[in-house]
Design a protein. Structure first.
Length: 211
């Protein structure tokens, strides 16, 4: 009688391994192939978490005040790092958008990828497969923290701390609503606002990132 539950407990770990295989393909420079494989995996063998409810209004009511506090934290983090002798560079994609706007098909595709593709793929991977696998062994708060730290580290050591803080919101939304779309929505809104502000006011990066 215990064999079935034990086998079922292995499913999230196996799904995570399959998703990490897609990430490995992306890390080897085959981004399109890796994203297609991840999409196929999410369709054929989805993580054990529903997509809905969207909870759009509740997500936005939480995101807006969080974003204000988070931006203040980012500004403080960048200033402190600079004063300690480590100047954090502008993220390459934002630097490209600030310098050139959306004047080429390549930059337009990059913006669309940042706003729509990245949130969907990253939430399926982190708040879908990773969160589900960790939740089998860890309490909710530890799962949220571990997932956020992993998400931050994937974006590079320079940006790990502020992005980990941002990911705590996504993890909280995942736990609060037991669904993926709330964190996908918050992630999409955040990336969309970041790209929009960078396009409309590229000079803000000079003020935000001390050189």
């Amino acid at each position: 009688m215990s064999a079935r539950p034990a086998a079922a407990d292995l499913v999230p770990a196996l799904q995570l391994l399959a998703a990490l295989g897609c990430v490995l393909v992306i890390s080897l420079g085959q981004m399109l192939i890796g994203l297609v494989l991840l999409a196929m995996l999410a369709i054929a063998w989805p993580p054990a978490v529903p997509w809905r409810p969207v909870a759009a209004l509740r997500v936005l009511l939480v995101y807006v005040p969080f974003a204000v506090v988070w931006m203040a934290f980012v500004a403080l983090y960048l200033q402190v790092a600079h004063r300690l002798g480590h100047t954090v560079s502008v993220q390459p994609d934002l630097a490209q958008i600030a310098a050139h706007g959306v004047v080429t098909p390549e930059l337009l595709c990059r913006c669309l990828g940042i706003v729509f593709v990245a949130p969907l793929a990253e939430e399926v991977l982190f708040r879908g497969y990773l969160f589900t696998a960790l939740s089998r062994a860890l309490p909710s708060w530890a799962t949220q923290l571990a997932t956020a730290v992993a998400f931050g580290l994937v974006h590079g050591l320079e940006y790990a701390l502020p992005i980990t803080a941002l990911a705590l919101l996504f993890g909280w939304l995942r736990a609060r609503h037991s669904a993926l779309l709330p964190c996908v929505l918050a992630h999409t809104v955040h990336n969309g606002l970041t790209v929009a502000v960078t396009m409309l006011w590229p000079e803000h990066l000079r003020h935000l990132y001390p050189q």
